[in-house]
Structure formats: structure tokens, C-alpha cells
Write a protein that binds this ligand. Structure first.
Ligand code: FPP
Length: 252
């Protein structure tokens, strides 16, 4: 993703909708536990929330929606839960891909494909291929994704070019490294939302989040809906984005 994205300085209701919203969909397990249900039911209801939020994001003028679907660290969960999460992804693509395509959604996937089961890789490729020409909303699925791994991969590719004599190390700056991340053409997120009250990035888009506004909401992901997204966007609109510069109003 591109680290140069500049946003209008205006704050308040006049600020345009964030171009790119990224979401850490947290709290599925706690949502289920609070109802005496198995964790997998929380994840299943999390997919329902995802469907609602994809629709809402488009209605609210968002052009890129990135979701943290499975992290590089989620492999430490019990095998049964990993199996459930992979099963949900399979079902989501089987059931929803045609609908997403009909609605003009382009699906992109970031994260490590190596080590994933071949049928999962095939489904991810199919989703990307089928929707390649769509432009109403970009749904970026972070799957088997970790920000440190993504940055290390970029460093590795650059180092290889240096070793092969194709690149001068002095030519490497932040923009260069940004071009070697998983989706360099996607603008940095303007707004990152994490549900369930936790307040951390957990290895999600750490490079791209340099100037993102972070909004933490107390509700669990399965309860997230259009109103919650609107309220997070309203909070974003109240923030003053300075990108390391000075306040627009006071010049101080
Ligand atoms: C965090 O809740 C959520 C996840 C680890 C996975 C998110 C996945 C989905 C919403 C469904 C799958 C997505 C697709 C695209 C099919 P948690 O389990 O960490 O909740 P907890 O912190 O309350 O235990």
C-alpha cells in the first residue's frame, strides 16, 4: 500500500468519507461466550456482520475496505477453531462471491499464500480473478496476514535485487519499501477500527497505519452494523489530521 496518501485537512461534517477503512473484527469469541454459545457461532455471526458492513461501507462512500480475517498469529489457536475459520472462508467465497461480483465489489487478498491449503489458494485466486474489473468497492481481505511478515518480505525482495546488482542500496527509501508491500497501489487506511474494546494493532497494517486515525469501539464484531460504522466515521471526521505538519486552523 502506498505510504504517500495525503488527505484533506478539513475536519467535521464537511470532511469527505474516509477513502479507506480497515477493520480489526475482534470479539467474536467473547460475543459467543456471553451467550453460552461455542466460539464458532461467534465467527459465523461475524461473517453476517461482514456482509452488513461491506454494504454499508459502499453506501457511506468508502472505496477501500480492508478486513483482518486471519492473522499469521492465529495459527496458535486450537486446530478445531482454525478449521472452523477456514471453513467459514470457504463458505463465504462459495456463497457470496457471485453476489459481491454482481454488486461491483473487487476482492483483493493480502498475506502469505504459501502454506495454505491448495483449495483455499484456488478460492482466493478465483475471487481476485473474477472481480478484477470491478470498481465500486475494493474489499481487501487480510488472510494469513501479519504486518511484520509483510515488511520482512519486502526487505527480502529488495535485498535480493541488491545482491543481484540490480539495485543501489542508497536508492532505498520509505517509498521504495512501500512499493514492495503486498498491495502497493492501495492507499493507506484513513481510518482503522477495532471492535471489542481492545486498543492495539496486533500486527495489522503497521507500516500503512503511520497516519491512520484509530477508532476503538466497545462492541463485539458480531454486533457491528451500519450505525456503528457511521459513528466511527463521525469520530474520524472530528479528528484533525496533520500528517506531521501544523494545525490547519491555528498554524501552530
Ligand atoms: C477475532 O475474534 C476474529 C477473528 C480471529 C477472525 C475474524 C473472522 C471472521 C469475522 C469470520 C471469517 C471471515 C471471512 C472473510 C470468512 P476473536 O476470536 O479473537 O474473539 P475474542 O477476542 O473475543 O476471543
Amino acid at each position: 500500500m502506498n505510504s504517500n496518501a495525503a488527505a484533506p485537512a478539513v475536519t467535521g461534517p464537511d470532511r469527505p468519507a474516509p477513502l479507506h477503512v480497515a477493520i480489526i473484527m475482534d470479539g467474536n469469541g467473547r460475543w459467543a461466550a456471553a451467550r453460552g454459545l461455542p466460539r464458532t457461532e461467534g465467527h459465523r455471526r461475524g461473517v453476517d456482520a461482514l456482509r452488513r458492513v461491506v454494504r454499508a461501507a459502499h453506501e457511506l462512500g468508502v472505496l477501500y475496505l480492508t478486513i483482518f480475517s486471519f492473522s499469521s498469529e492465529n495459527w496458535s489457536r486450537p486446530a478445531s477453531e482454525i478449521g472452523d475459520l477456514f471453513g467459514l472462508l470457504r463458505r463465504f467465497i462459495h456463497n457470496d462471491l457471485a453476489i459481491l461480483h454482481r454488486d461491483g465489489v473487487r476482492v483483493r487478498v493480502i498475506g502469505e499464500r504459501e502454506g495454505l491449503e491448495p483449495d483455499i489458494c484456488a478460492l482466493l485466486n478465483e475471487a481476485e480473478e473474477l472481480t478484477r474489473s470491478n470498481a465500486k468497492l475494493n474489499l481487501v481481505v487480510a488472510f494469513n496476514y501479519g504486518s511484520r511478515q509483510e515488511i520482512a518480505g519486502a526487505a527480502q525482495r529488495l535485498a535480493r535485487e541488491v545482491a543481484e546488482g540490480k539495485r543501489d542500496p542508497a536508492s532505498i527509501d520509505a517509498d521504495t519499501l512501500g512499493q514492495y508491500l503486498d498491495a502497493p497501489d492501495i492507499p493507506d487506511p484513513d481510518l482503522i477500527i477495532r471492535t471489542s474494546g481492545e486498543q492495539r494493532l496486533s500486527n495489522f497494517l503497521m507500516w500503512q497505519a503511520a497516519y491512520s486515525e484509530l477508532v476503538f469501539v466497545p462492541i463485539h464484531w458480531p454486533d457491528f452494523d451500519k450505525a456503528a460504522l457511521e459513528s466511527a466515521i463521525a469520530e474520524y471526521a472530528r479528528r484533525e489530521r496533520r500528517f506531521g505538519g501544523l494545525a490547519a486552523k491555528t498554524g501552530s
